[in-house]
Design a protein around this ligand. Sequence first.
Ligand SMILES: *[C@@H]1O[C@H](CO)[C@@H](O)[C@H](O)[C@H]1NC(C)=O
Ligand SMILES: *[C@@H]1O[C@H](CO)[C@@H](O)[C@H](O)[C@H]1NC(C)=O
Ligand SMILES: *[C@@H]1O[C@H](CO)[C@@H](O)[C@H](O)[C@H]1NC(C)=O
Ligand SMILES: *[C@@H]1O[C@H](CO)[C@@H](O)[C@H](O)[C@H]1NC(C)=O
Ligand SMILES: *[C@@H]1O[C@H](CO)[C@@H](O)[C@H](O)[C@H]1NC(C)=O
Length: 423
Amino acid sequence: MKLIATVSLAVLFLHPALAVKLPRRDTSTVYLHPHAATGSPRGAVYFMTNEPTGNYIIAADVHGDGRLSLNRAVATRGLGAKGVAVPVGPDALFSQGSVKVSASGEILAVVNPGSNTVSAFAINPRYPSALSMIGEPVSSEGEFPISLAVSDDGKRVCVLNGGTVNGVNCFSVDQSKGLVPIPNSLRYLGLNQTTPANGPPGSASNIIFNDAGSQLIASIKGFPPAQGFLAIWDVNQDGSLSSNFTRITPPQPSDLPFSMTIIPGKDALLITDPGTGFDIIDFSAQPQANGTAGGRSSAVAIPGQSATCWSSYSNKTGNFYLIDVGTALVNEVHVDDNLKGTVIHQYSQGQNAAPIDNDVATINGKDFLYILAANATSINVMSLNAPGQAQLVQTLDFAGTLKGAGLAINPNNVQGMSAFAES
Ligand SMILES: *[C@@H]1O[C@H](CO)[C@@H](O)[C@H](O)[C@H]1NC(C)=O
Ligand SMILES: *[C@@H]1O[C@H](CO)[C@@H](O)[C@H](O)[C@H]1NC(C)=O
Ligand SMILES: *[C@@H]1O[C@H](CO)[C@@H](O)[C@H](O)[C@H]1NC(C)=O
Ligand SMILES: *[C@@H]1O[C@H](CO)[C@@H](O)[C@H](O)[C@H]1NC(C)=O
Ligand SMILES: *[C@@H]1O[C@H](CO)[C@@H](O)[C@H](O)[C@H]1NC(C)=O
C-alpha cells in the first residue's frame, strides 16, 4: 500500500501538468488574523521567533487605542539560535536590538543568529504588518549576529556579531537589491567567544548609532578579568568605519553594559547593567586616563534589582523604561539636566513573565510601551499616561495562536521588539 502511494506520488511529480496542480502550502507568510480587522491599523509591532528550524517575524497590528491584535508571521529565510547559559531561560541572544525598524526608511531588519545572516523587509506604511523581503538574506560576515543599528533615515544597517568571529559590519539599504555590504566597515572585536555565544558574562549586547550618526557604538559585557566596555568607531561619510575602535569602560562597580538608549540632546547614553542597575555615560567630557567614562558619568544601583537588561525612551513622558527580566519589573527612570538618574516608579509585569525586549510608539499623540514578556509568551502593552503613571492596558498571549497556525514557539527563544507607527 505504502509502496503504491509512493509510486503514484512519484508519477504525479514526474508529470508536469499534474505536478503544478498539487496543493502546496506557501509557508513564507502565515496569516494569524483571518478576519478583516476593524478599522485601519495605526502601526505594527514586531518580534522574532528565533527558532533553529526557521526564524519568523511575528507582526501585530497596533490599533488607535494602542492595543494589539496578531496579524501574521513572515519567514526571514534564516535560522534562529540560542546562546549557552546556565540556567537556561529567556533572552537567547543576550542582546537588545535583534529586530529593528526605521520609520522614515519604512524598513525592518532582523538577524538570523543560526545562519549568520541579516534579512531586510519593506514595510507598507498603510498596512504595516505587511512586510515584503527586499533582496536576499545577506551574510553578517561573522558568527551569531545578535543586534542591529539602523540609521535615522533607514539607509544604513550595521550588525553586531557575537560568536567566535565577532565584531561589526555595515550595509547600505537598496530598495531592490536589499542589504549591500559597505566596503571597509567589517571590523573585529577580538572577544574570546564561541558560536553560539556563552553568556551573559563576556557576551556582546547591543549596537547603536549615536544621535548625530557620526559614531557606531557596541556594548560588551565583562567577564573577569576582562572588563565590560563600549567599542566606538567613527562613521565616515561613505559609511565606512575607522579601522580601530575607542574603548570606554563604564564607571565601577558596573561591569555588564547591556542595552544603550540615547539621552536626547545631551551627548550621553543610558546603559542598563544587570549587575547593578544602570549607568549614565557622559560623552561631552573626556574619558579618564584609564578609559573610564568621564564628566558626569555615573553608575546607579537599583535596590533589589536582579537583571536590568533592556531600555527605551518616551518623548511624551521624558522618561526611560528599564526592564528587569528577573524581578519582572519595569523601572521608570528620570534623568535630569545634570545627568543624574533616579528610579521614579516600578511596574510589575506579573510573576514569572520574564519581560525582555521593548519599544515605545506614539499612537494618536500618546506613547505606548510594548514589552515582550518572553516566559508568558505575551506582549504587554503599557499606556504611558504621564510621568510615573504608566498603566498596563493589554496582555496579548501569542502562544496559542502561533501553535494553532503550526508555528514553533519557545519562551526561551523569542527575542526582539520594534514598533512602526505613522507619525
Ligand atoms: C577563552 O575562554 C576560555 C573559556 O572561558 C578559556 O578557557 C580560555 O583560557 C580563554 N582564552 C584566552 C586566550 O583568554
Ligand atoms: C590601529 O591599531 C593598530 C594596532 O594597535 C595600530 O598599529 C594602528 O596604527 C592603528 N590605526 C589607527 C588608524 O589608529
Ligand atoms: C580609573 O580611574 C579612576 C580615577 O582615577 C578610578 O576611580 C577608577 O577606579 C579607575 N578604574 C579602573 C578600572 O581602574
Ligand atoms: C519630542 O518632543 C519635543 C517636545 O516635547 C518635540 O519638539 C520633538 O519633536 C519630539 N521628538 C520626537 C522625535 O518626537
Ligand atoms: C518561567 O515560568 C516558569 C513556570 O511558570 C517558572 O518556573 C520559571 O521560573 C519562569 N522563568 C523565568 C525566567 O521567569
